[in-house]
Design a protein around this ligand. Structure first.
Ligand SMILES: *Cc1c(COP(=O)(O)O)cnc(C)c1O
Length: 391
């Protein structure tokens, strides 16, 4: 069997790419990629090369299998696996920027990405301008002669604002600037930024790609050889690589990515519809609902809306806390993208460090709630939400 990436369907690639049974080199014909724990690889003679692996930080057979699979998911030429989403992001920044360079970034980025920009990379004299990139013309206006990178995330967290990837890519192409898209929230199954003009896709594979809330990881996909070589060089030089066992777990997760995403989406649509009709709910934000202000854009650039829903209930922050604490099936936890449903109150949890006034100005009110809808039975999830809303 030979797996020729591009002509196969998503689920077929997710299952087979990188894991073709190996009948050569002493391979046992494993159907599942073995976990190669060895940190170093021997050669027969001093003057003979190794079989292609020297030291696991540089290349490991299990991580390589995952990296091939990751590339296939985004229809990219190359994939790289890191020890976390933020390790992947740091390595991209270290690969592409020099002191004095300027970045234009979406003002609604994941908090950890903003912390990395504002408190780590800013110390090395990188300049950052945040704009509301859901309006692509604001990205164009923010570009300076020293702008090297545009960094967006769509949909954003927790307000689920979308950026028009094609429109932003049109701008970055014109100015010869690299466009990075964080595709964590939709996974490659629902959105393929490279096909819309992005140069690099980054994921926290801790979320949907891994999918089981049991392995941290970050991935980078690109089809640009020169970008790949720069990032690959620093992946080894900096060393934040994904370990073999974690690579195996991530591959195991990827095999069910399509059916999980379909179920997350179906459950989320049902729950968003239920919430929208509930008298205790003030507002529901979900790109798959016609009421979302960018519903048309969601229809154009994505094939589904994922499992994250944000909504606002009537009442005070204490009412919101009481609602969360009365739920039985939604764990009160940060993160998203796992098979189990999670719920969080940004004002008291993920965004608690932002002063109330600034928070509210950005739409994060005291009763704004974010759920990551899992793949349980939707009727059970809806019944749980209904009983907690009654209280
Ligand atoms: C979680 C997350 C990250 C960071 O990834 P880690 O794996 O936690 O380091 C980056 N971007 C988004 C959108 C995320 O949700």
């Amino acid at each position: 069997m030979s797996v020729e990436n591009r002509n196969l369907g998503f689920a077929t690639k997710a299952i087979h790419v990188g894991e073709e049974p190996d009948f050569n080199n002493g391979g046992a014909g494993d159907v599942v990629s073995p976990i190669h724990l060895s940190t170093t690889f021997a050669r027969k003679k001093v003057d003979e090369p190794t079989l292609g692996y020297d030291y696991t930080r540089s290349l490991n057979p299990t991580r390589k299998a995952l990296e091939e699979k990751l590339a296939a998911l985004e229809n990219a030429r190359y994939g790289l696996a890191f020890s976390s989403g933020l390790a992947a992001e740091s390595t991209i920044l270290l690969s592409l920027l020099k002191p004095g360079d300027h970045i234009v970034a979406f003002d609604d980025l994941y908090g950890g990405t903003k912390r990395l920009f504002n408190h780590v990379f800013s110390e090395f004299d990188f300049k950052i301008t945040y704009v509301d990139a859901s309006d692509a013309s604001l990205v164009a206006q923010a570009i300076q002669p020293n702008t090297r990178l545009v960094w967006i995330e769509t949909p954003s967290n927790p307000l689920l604002k979308l950026c028009d990837i094609k429109a932003v890519a049109h701008i970055t192409r014109k100015h010869n600037i690299t466009l990075v898209v964080d595709n964590t929230f939709l996974s490659p199954y629902f959105q393929k930024p490279l096909e819309l003009g992005a140069d690099i896709v980054v994921h926290s594979s801790t979320k949907y790609i891994g999918g089981h809330s049991d392995v941290l990881g970050g991935s980078v996909m690109t089809s640009d050889t020169s970008l790949y070589e720069k990032i690959k060089y620093r992946q080894n030089a900096v060393g934040a690589v994904l370990p073999p066992f974690d690579s195996y777990l991530t591959m195991r997760g990827i095999k069910t990515l399509q059916i999980r995403m379909e179920r997350h989406y179906q459950n989320a649509l049902e729950i968003a519809g239920f919430l929208e009709k509930h008298p205790q709910v003030k507002k529901v934000i979900y790109p798959g609902l016609k009421s979302h202000p960018q519903y048309e854009l969601a229809q154009q650039q994505t094939t589904g809306s994922g499992g994250v829903i944000t909504f606002e209930i009537k009442g005070s922050i204490d009412d919101a806390k009481a609602f969360l604490e009365h739920l039985n099936l939604f764990a009160l936890a940060e993160s998203l993208g796992g098979v189990e449903s999670l719920i969080e109150l940004p004002a008291a949890m993920t965004h608690a460090s932002i002063p109330k006034e600034a928070r509210e100005k950005n739409g994060i009110t005291d009763t704004l709630i974010r759920i990551s809808v899992g793949i349980e039975d939707s009727k059970d999830l809806i019944a749980d939400l209904a009983q907690a809303l009654e209280k």
